[in-house]
Design a protein around this ligand. Structure first.
Ligand code: COA
Length: 363
């Protein structure tokens, strides 16, 4: 019987043009560039413009990934979108993305697993390919977090950003794809990272608006404690499951929430710095988008080659964690003008308007 494996044949990412620096934020809340850099490693982040929504970012990143793979939208069997910031509560954003990309023959599904969504999605896609159910899957991790940030709360608003990253997975009979994985959840810590409304627990109401419950709230110290342990232990477990050591892994791509969390995990596991991808300085925490953006940038930069082994690990709302080892098959060659050169957008001067308000974020 033919075995099916998932080959990563295309990748791409997109970040909105608007760049918000730490100094920009220090004009809105009581913070400083020094504090944000020292505590998180973040230097800037990209925020959408008022007319942009999550599906727009998904479509841009998804198109770049399909172009690079040389895969026609009609040949995609399943569109998976990992996000916690969909355009609407219903319909699912994955259907807007499927339609917007012209994936006329694809099913579409949204995975809501916070910052671990991309790794959960990668494992899900790999399972669908292994069973032979799908030949070609487009997986996207994307978020517009800026529109759910309380721009009066300095403990959260400085940490997050918007963006999207995508990969195309295709069935092959050559061994590659997910080699080992772990998906975890500890719902007892749900309130450590929560946007309490709107939802069925707290529907839209004047009370919810007055008490700003529609914005993201976080117990930073609790999440920090959870994250350092979850990252380190789950990464070690997936390496143990695959009987691989640090030397056997070519590139570690951790969730980009805080440079200190990544550095802690790298130190604990004795990962060589050159094998650890870190771009949190540029984007901040883009939740489900951090790992695919980092992966896409790393592949663009040639930091991993065909046949290489990647380790990905994330943590986030739930609280959840997820880790996997992924073997690259033969990587598709980038066709000319595939979109890779467009990935870095020129930074505008500032998006702070005359009132000292980040455009589109505060009424
Ligand atoms: N600017 C300046 N000061 C700030 C600030 C800001 N943006 N945010 C908080 N502070 C203050 C606090 O009020 C506190 O002051 P106090 O000592 O007078 O009470 C002080 O800085 C230290 O706060 P603390 O929360 O202990 O800082 P920290 O070193 O734990 O760093 C985080 C805070 C949020 C950066 C850190 O806890 C973290 O990264 N947590 C994990 C968050 C995360 O990864 N979330 C995403 C999950 S997917």
């Amino acid at each position: 019987m033919t075995r099916h494996y998932s080959s990563l044949v295309g990748w791409g990412h997109y970040a909105p043009e608007n760049v918000v620096t730490n100094d920009d934020l220090s004009e809105i809340v009581d913070t400083t560039d020094e504090w944000i850099r020292a505590r998180s490693g973040i230097e800037r982040r990209h925020f959408v413009s008022p007319d942009q929504a999550t599906s727009d970012l998904c479509i841009e990143a998804g198109r770049r990934a399909l172009d690079r793979a040389g895969v026609a939208p009609e040949d995609v069997g399943l569109v998976l979108v990992a996000t916690s910031s969909p355009d609407y509560l219903t319909p699912p954003v994955s259907s807007q993305v499927q339609h917007g990309l012209g994936c006329a023959n694809a099913g579409a599904m949204t995975l809501v697993v916070g910052c671990t969504g991309f790794v959960y999605g990668l494992v899900t896609a790999d399972q669908f390919i292994q069973t032979g159910a799908y030949e070609t899957i487009l997986l996207i991790g994307a978020e517009v977090i800026s529109k759910n940030l309380d721009m009066t709360d300095r403990t959260t608003c400085v940490l997050f950003g918007d963006g999207a990253g995508a990969v195309v997975l295709q069935a092959t009979d050559r061994p590659c794809g997910v080699r080992s994985f772990e998906l975890g959840s500890d719902g007892s810590q749900a309130e450590a990272l929560i946007a309490p409304s709107p939802g069925t627990r707290n529907p839209v109401s004047q009370y919810a608006i007055d008490h700003r419950t529609h914005y993201l709230r976080m117990d930073g110290r609790a999440v920090f404690k959870f994250a350092t342990r979850a990252m380190t232990e789950s990464l070690q477990r997936v390496m143990d499951k695959a009987a691989l050591g640090v030397d056997d892994v070519d590139l570690f791509i951790p969730h980009q929430a805080n440079a200190r969390i990544i550095e802690y995990a790298a130190e604990q596991l004795q990962l060589p710095p050159e094998k650890v991808v870190m771009n949190v300085a540029e984007y901040g925490n883009t939740s489900a988008a951090t790992i695919p953006i980092a992966l896409s940038e790393a592949l663009d930069a040639g930091r991993a080659e065909a046949g290489g082994t990647l380790a990905m690990v994330g943590f986030g709302a739930g609280l959840t964690w997820a880790a996997c080892l992924f073997d690259l098959g033969p990587l598709a060659l980038a066709p000319p003008d595939s979109g890779a050169d467009r990935d870095r957008q020129p930074a505008p001067e500032s998006v702070i308007d005359d009132r000292g308000v980040v455009e589109g974020l505060i009424a």
